[in-house]
Design a protein around this ligand. Sequence first.
Ligand code: KG4
Ligand code: ZN
Length: 342
Amino acid sequence: MIVLGLESSCDETGLALYDTERGLLSHALHSQIAMHQEYGGVVPELASRDHIRRALPLLEEVLTKAQLSRNEIDAIAYTQGPGLAGALLVGASVACGLGLALDKPVLGIHHLEGHLLSPLLASKPPAFPFIALLVSGGHTQLMRVDGVGQYQLLGETLDDAAGEAFDKSAKLLGLSYPGGPAISRLAEFGDPLAYKFPRPMLHSKDLNFSFSGLKTAVLTVVKSHPANICEQDKANIARGFVDALVDVLVAKCVTAMKEHSMKRLVIAGGVGANSQLRAALNAAATKRRFQVFYPELEFCTDNGAMIAFAGAMRLKKNPALAKRDYSFNVRPRWPLHELEAA
Ligand code: KG4
Ligand code: ZN
């Protein structure tokens, strides 16, 4: 079965073709980062319009790469939510329009399920069950994953998401959007002893997170400096921030692994691309004797492959989900626990 995946929940248009027999056949992505950069964040209306422009050329690109014709697609999976309403509507209408024209079934996918399952696209995928840390621009969650559609929320952020904390703190340091990769690069040059930022909820007895206080701590330090903050000091602040955030993420992962006696930890979402987080998790995994799995770097951030894959997994498990119903509704707010088991 060949599934076309279509991701358009935020500022990336991603398309991909996944074959349940042969694996990922092709994928293509257009990132809108350059377009939104001058505004310091995503402008929803511009995002929607750009998704419209990119979707069909990207479809042609994935078909050409995979040497397939449109008629060889067996089903179409698109991101139904959560995300920006207008951006989601573009993906949903393109997917349903294609489904209607080609007489193929269409399936709405939860964006976070796409992220959660993305490490399974790697050459050495983890087996179920595992603990997953989902760290993206909009979400920070620890989940127990027992199979496709079997997700148990163990803890989540009470305020800002990890990626949001990265982006906001980077902005305070004058770095451009999206700040995650930029603040991470800068932190490499920082002195780890220069600033000791708070580790929010490190000792709370649960698996929840809170990052807005950390961002405020960065703000307080930045404000306490004279107008022109030197590059070395920026790097020191970046280092203090990254170390604090990584400490909390790693500590909570270790607790979840212990509490559930798990041997496999999976990292998903854009912040999963972060090199400091990966180094600290790898060290913890060696010390505590568990394995840690990451998606390929290109599948950490938003992409069509994870949506095609999640669609294929759901359809494989439950072929009755393949419906030729082309009326669609997007779900900009869609808690993962409301997702039906596959
Ligand atoms: O998963 P994603 O592409 O989109 C959402 O679903 O939110 O995640 C984007 C987030 C942004 O906040 C971005 O700054 C962050 O992931 N990010 C990083 C890195 N690469 C992306 N944060 C820290 N270090 C990175 N290398
Ligand atoms: Zn995402």
